[in-house]
Design a binder for this molecule. Structure first.
Ligand code: BG6
Length: 489
């Protein structure tokens, strides 16, 4: 891959500190990336090169990079460009040109927007106009012009209309094949493994439909809370922050048809088809919740700094989705996520149909137990498949056990999602990024419930599994439970 210039908007922000500097460091040291990293960090703060480099060193040492290595990389790679506003980018273009000249780069550029959504339209327009002048984009593109890629962080809009408007601005200047909308869940190894799991193993794929599957439950449980993030989170809430993007992406990957080819077009086309065949979620099939205090957490959500006492912002959401297609007709998919839950776990539970005949009564009149396949995406990545066995001894007493596979035991650690995503941006591979239509369809599914201010927001105690009302939507036992539910034979 040719050396290019990486322009990071939002270089003084939290995402840059926690995720992007470590990922840029790791990715630009990989064998398949040529040339030293050249990064222009852009921000509105009164910083200079040295301050940006110091911030990057701190971020890297926090991520376990040796201080000397971090310092050498930061000083070689990073320059700072300060702007007054994100639609006045002259200092950025000046810094970019100077660096490209100094380092003999060809003019290929990545623009990475880790900015508040309100800054997207102005920044994208300013970048588009500049790139039109350089002859790199759209109808202005000259033969042999350098390439330009535009990376946009989430959230992509805050409803269907705003996502459509944003897509319109993007497409006024950039063609879809140079746009990379980030959903960092797609960069997680185990999320990508969903494709391998489903399409490389005929055993599972043949059972992956309404014929054998009763329901699918997707859970992203978080132990963290929204303290310190009120400025972003309050008024946004879990439907917009998690369900519309991360959980909907997991849903699309779990439900999609096999792609014709394993490339960006093939995969994204199938995901769009799934979203299109998903009915608009109904208000009576969603449960919203907000955490209050709990035994170990004296502060509830509304006690956090910056959150008003009457805030209705949900920190928990469970939604039941239905697809109208041949594979999944009649099979509910329940998406559930919340903050301040008892355990951090992301899991897809595929609940198979029970045996049609009750052969084994276990001495009583009781229900057979379904086989459940749990794909654990984080932490303790792997999968577990529950099945029934005979308890040794007289008669046919049946109990449940599991077949289990652990990613960690087989492969050790794997790259962070952002490292994978940045690598793919530099490679020009859009497979793990969200297409314009996907973003819009994902908003369309939830628009009716976003528009309905009458949906009750149920309180739940910190470290409970969400509000009790969610029990009406969810049936799979909590992640750590393997045994047979009471009353089952
Ligand atoms: C972010 C959300 O996109 O994803 C956060 O804004 C959430 O609220 C985070 O905590 C979860 O990501 P991960 O990778 O820790 O599961």
């Amino acid at each position: 891959m040719d050396p290019s210039l990486f322009v990071l908007f939002g270089a003084t922000g939290d995402l840059a500190h926690v995720k992007l500097f470590p990922a840029l460091y790791r990715v630009t040291l990989r064998d398949d990336v040529t040339g030293p990293a050249t990064i222009v960090g852009v921000g509105r703060s009164d910083w200079d090169d040295a301050k940006l480099q110091d911030a990057a060193v701190e971020s890297l040492t926090d991520a376990d990079v040796e201080e000397d290595d971090a310092r050498a990389w930061a000083e070689g790679a990073l320059r700072y460009a300060r702007v007054e506003a994100y639609d006045q980018l002259a200092p950025v273009f000046e810094a970019a040109r100077a660096l490209e000249e100094e380092r003999g780069l060809d003019g290929d550029r990545v623009y990475y927007l880790a900015l508040p959504p309100s800054a997207f339209p102005g920044t994208i327009t300013a970048l588009g106009e500049h790139e039109a002048e350089r002859g790199t984009v759209g109808e202005h593109r000259q033969p042999d012009a350098p390439w330009v890629r535009l990376v946009i962080e989430k959230p992509f809009g805050d409803d269907l209309k705003s996502a459509q408007d944003l897509n319109e601005i993007v497409h006024e200047h950039f063609s879809e094949d140079v746009v990379y909308r980030i959903d960092h869940y797609l960069g997680k190894e185990t999320v990508q493994n969903l494709l391998v799991f489903r399409f490389a193993n005929s055993f599972f794929e043949s059972a992956w439909s309404r014929r054998d599957v009763e329901r699918v439950e997707i859970l992203v449980a978080e132990t963290n809370d929204a303290a310190g993030r009120a400025g972003y989170f309050d008024g946004v809430g879990t439907l917009r922050d998690m369900i519309q993007n991360h959980l909907t992406q997991l849903f699309a990957l779990a439900a999609m048809e096999p792609p014709a080819r394993l490339d960006a077009e093939g995969i994204r086309r199938e995901k769009i088809k799934v979203l299109r065949s998903t009915r608009t979620a109904r208000s009576d099939e969603v449960v919203l919740g907000q955490y209050g205090p709990g035994p170990d957490d004296p502060e509830g959500y509304t006690d956090h700094d910056g959150v008003g006492g009457s805030s209705r912002t949900e920190t928990f959401a469970a939604v039941r989705l239905h697809l109208d297609n041949w594979r999944w007709q009649g099979v509910p998919f329940v998406l559930r996520t919340g903050k301040r839950l008892p355990q951090r776990v992301t899991e897809i539970a595929v609940v198979f149909r029970r045996p049609p005949v009750r052969l084994f009564q276990n001495g009583g009149d009781c229900d057979p137990v379904p086989n459940v396949l749990r794909l654990r995406l984080q932490p303790d990545e792997g999968f577990r498949l529950s099945f029934d066995v005979k308890v040794p001894g007289d008669g046919f007493k049946v109990t449940t056990r599991e077949l289990a596979f652990s990613y960690g035991d087989s492969f050790g650690v794997f790259p962070d999602a952002y490292e994978t995503l940045l690598h793919d941006v530099l490679e020009g591979d859009q497979t793990l990024f969200v297409h314009a239509q996907e973003a819009e369809e994902a908003w369309r599914i939830y628009q009716a419930i976003l528009d309905n201010d009458d949906i009750e927001v149920h309180p739940y105690a910190s470290r409970a599994w969400g509000p009790e009302a969610a029990g009406g939507l969810v049936e799979a036992p909590p992640p750590e439970e393997t045994g047979r539910p009471a009353g089952a034979c």
